[in-house]
Design a protein around this ligand. Structure first.
Ligand code: ADP
Length: 219
């Protein structure tokens, strides 16, 4: 893995979690906030922390903003400061800006002013939790945008035979990318690989296709 350089603006609960986790993962992290106390709190948990008002373009330029791989604007409740900081980051040459929105209106504004990715942590976590709870057979899932996902399913006793014979790609539109035979995981299985009762399979596909297969397995 190539280690990257991140700038985290706004050290509330969300910004602090992002900054300290990236640092723990070995990346270079500069963390800034207008409040001295918040900066003090993360001082020893990131590469460098500083008091900066991110709505000031000059202050961002002084940080060498164009050198960072990713800038995360984690200012939440002060929507005006969030928008101004996002604009300032883009106009100062930031390559990839992730902005945190508190609601749908600010999400749209942030997208309009040039944020490369807008996240709504509470909304996004809510959707994720609901999907996990709504799919009882789901052990683990990974969203690939809003339409596709990678999901682990328990095959129960509905599927038996080789991948070739089961032909899930044509029957359901999903591709099997791993089979878990009681703890032994076969990644990128071949067509001759056999699925037995109570194996788990990891599939990738459109959400509706994965859902159709899940229902078939549960029937
Ligand atoms: P959370 O919900 O993640 O705790 P908050 O909105 O409470 O998010 O925290 C946002 C942080 O952003 C606060 O620590 C605040 O001091 C900081 N902040 C607000 N305005 C600016 C600004 N102009 N420049 C830098 N940091 C800011």
């Amino acid at each position: 893995m190539r280690f990257k350089q991140f700038l985290v603006i706004g050290l509330g609960r969300f910004g602090t979690a992002v900054a300290t986790t990236l640092y723990e993962l070995g990346h270079e992290v500069v963390a800034v906030d207008v409040e001295e106390e918040n900066v003090q709190d993360v001082m020893n948990l990131v590469t460098h922390a500083a008091i900066v008002d991110a709505t000031e373009e000059r202050a961002l330029r002084n940080l060498g903003i164009s050198n960072f791989d990713v800038v995360i604007v984690a200012i939440g409740t002060n929507i005006q400061a969030n928008i101004l900081a996002t604009v300032a980051a883009k106009t100062s040459g930031a390559r990839y800006v992730v902005s945190k929105a508190v609601d749908d209106v600010s999400r749209r504004v942030l997208e309009k002013v040039g944020a490369d990715l807008v996240i709504r942590p509470e909304h996004d976590m809510g959707v994720r939790l609901a999907r996990q709870l709504a799919m009882p057979n789901l052990f683990e899932s990974l969203d690939l945008g809003s339409d596709y996902s990678v999901v682990e399913l328990d095959v129960g006793d509905r599927l038996r035979g080789t991948l070739k014979d089961l032909n899930l790609i044509n029957r359901f539109g999903v591709q099997v990318i791993a089979i878990n035979h009681n703890g032994h995981v076969e990644v990128t299985p071949r067509a001759e690989e056999v699925i037995s009762a109570h194996d788990k399979i990891v599939v990738v596909g459109a959400n509706h296709s994965v859902e159709e297969l899940r229902r078939y397995l549960n029937d």
